[in-house]
Design a protein around this ligand. Structure first.
Ligand SMILES: *Cc1c(COP(=O)(O)O)cnc(C)c1O
Ligand SMILES: [Zn+2]
Length: 502
């Protein structure tokens, strides 16, 4: 719809203007730093940062119901800069002018309700929010749109030129970074570091296809991350890992979308999200806190962070119930089908600790929980979901398994409604499905296929057929007719089909 056709009271708010004052805030020493330069850690104490709007309170002058209208009307705009995460510009990056915004179709992924039989099985109403339907097929695009819009802003204002964007990745960060950087050529180039053999072929194909420089490093993600940090500390590169606070800011859009898609009613909602480097759960908590603070939502949803027993440092940390006694220890990861979350020393752990505490405080009760799932559960629930019309990746399966375990433990109540983050598209992790269906998981995964879920293609080649077509060798005439008829008969037999009565 054209701007002149919107109601008078909405028109002035439709297109967001540059406003606010963003600074980096150190989670260690609490100092703030200007955003004229890219910072990843505090220049003074080396702790991680978050972005903070020093003029945030101005947003409270607009009443919650008015915000609802603004966001709901913005849905109808055809202006690209506000069709993605910047629909929530005031919360996502109020200092970024709209003409610096990069939008490649990310955000506003559908929340699809669990199929009837699947919800019966789980025993609670739930939705998968399909973040695999982002342009590079994972939620990482949300944070990348934010980080690259900011970098584009720095380029446009002459603060930087010829940026080399760099990241370590369990696969999806590199796919997203390479995609957005490729779109911004020639100003921005990208290089990605991947743990050798620890990303799927589909994920590897993505940065290669986008033209990034791709480096494979021995070890696991945590090793890659250290190399990238060394590069970012020593050379002039732009780090695109979620250590970069702009990534977190963009990923907050997930919460804003959930709020908007569920009519801003969050009291009975449960958000379930897998945890790897812990950037996503950080962003989700932060996003809901901001909307709550401004009065856009009047309750904070429950949040459940899920980890596999093969990569569970965050879960372990919160096993100690007395906050004073909690002590973070990195773990050595074991192979996981939730491979994008196979991280033993999450960079955002200090952010999680800070925000989970703030979240519980703002809610007036414990609202952030952690659940652990087995590799077996992840695979079984992913495949079950997909047999019911979903497109969950292994991490989506992890969310579902986490919901089931949390429900067993009484963390989730029957009347509540869960929103499960399926963080990537099923196709990226099709190799794990294949290992399951062909029963060839190496023992260290600890996954044994359930025969009821296995599926395999069946070659149809009637034994009495002498000739079958081959590439470049089509059959003709009677041979072809016989091939079609016999093959159809054979399939009809296998499927037990009834003939049409003539
Ligand atoms: C990156 C990633 C995760 C983990 O998210 P963090 O922000 O690192 O906790 C989970 N699932 C998928 C598909 C990912 O790509
Ligand atoms: Zn500091």
């Amino acid at each position: 719809m054209r701007i002149e056709n919107f109601p008078d009271e909405i028109r002035p708010h439709l297109m967001p203007a540059v406003a606010g004052e963003l600074v980096y805030r150190c989670l260690g020493c609490d100092k703030t730093f200007g955003i004229e330069q890219l910072l990843y850690t505090c220049p003074e104490c080396r702790e991680v940062l978050l972005l903070e709007d020093l003029k945030f309170d101005r947003l409270k002058k607009t009443p919650g119901p008015m915000w609802h209208k603004i966001f709901d009307y913005r849905r109808m705009l055809n202006e690209p800069s506000v069709r993605g995460i910047y629909r929530y510009h005031e919360f996502i990056g109020p200092v970024i002018p709209l003409d610096s915004v990069v939008w490649l179709g990310e955000g506003h992924t559908p929340a699809v309700e669990g199929s009837g039989p699947m919800q019966d099985r789980v025993g609670i109403r739930f939705f998968f929010k399909n973040d695999g339907q982002n342009p590079s097929a994972s939620f990482k695009d949300r944070g990348m749109a934010s980080a690259l819009s900011y970098i584009q802003f720095l380029v446009q204002t002459g603060k930087v030129e010829d940026v080399l964007a760099i990241c370590a990745s369990t696969g999806d960060t590199s796919a997203a970074a390479a995609l957005y950087a490729a779109y911004l050529k020639p100003h921005i180039k990208s290089a990605v570091l991947l743990p050798h053999g620890k990303v799927t072929p589909q994920q590897l194909s993505q940065p290669l296809g986008s033209g990034a420089a791709v480096f494979e490093i021995p070890g696991v993600f945590d090793d890659c991350m250290k190399v990238v940090e060394a590069l970012a500390e020593t050379y002039n590169v732009a780090l695109l890992n979620s250590k970069n606070a702009w990534r977190i800011l963009g990923q907050e859009s997930y919460s804003y979308e959930v709020a908007q898609d569920f009519e801003y009613e969050m009291a009975d909602k449960v958000i379930v999200v897998p945890i790897g480097n812990a950037g996503n759960i950080t962003a989700i908590m932060s996003g809901f806190l901001k909307f709550h603070d401004v009065g856009i939502i009047d309750a904070l949803p429950k949040i459940i962070g899920v980890q596999s027993h093969h990569a569970n440092p965050v879960y372990r940390y919160y096993q100690e119930k007395d906050p004073a006694k909690r002590k973070f220890s990195p773990v050595t990861v074991r192979p996981s089908v939730a491979q994008a979350a196979m991280i033993g020393n999450p960079v955002s752990m200090p952010r999680v600790i800070r925000l989970a505490q703030k979240y519980d405080q703002a809610a007036g009760e414990e609202r952030v929980f952690f659940a652990e799932v087995t590799e077996q559960q992840i695979m079984d629930w992913e495949l079950l979901a997909n047999r019911h019309g979903h497109i969950a990746c292994t991490h989506g399966g992890e969310s579902l398994a986490g919901l089931i375990n949390a429900k067993k433990e009484g963390i989730v109540k029957d009347h509540e409604i869960a929103i499960l983050d399926s963080t990537a598209h099923a196709l990226k992790f099709a190799g794990f499905q294949e290992m399951y269906f062909e029963n060839r998981f190496p023992p260290e995964f600890e996954v044994v296929p359930d025969p009821a879920i296995i599926n395999a293609p069946e070659l149809v080649r009637p034994a009495d057929l002498e000739k079958v077509p081959a590439p470049g060798q089509p059959l003709m005439g009677e041979d072809f007719q016989r091939f079609v008829d016999r093959t159809a008969q054979e399939i009809a037999g296998k499927l037990d089909l009834k003939r049409l009565s003539d």
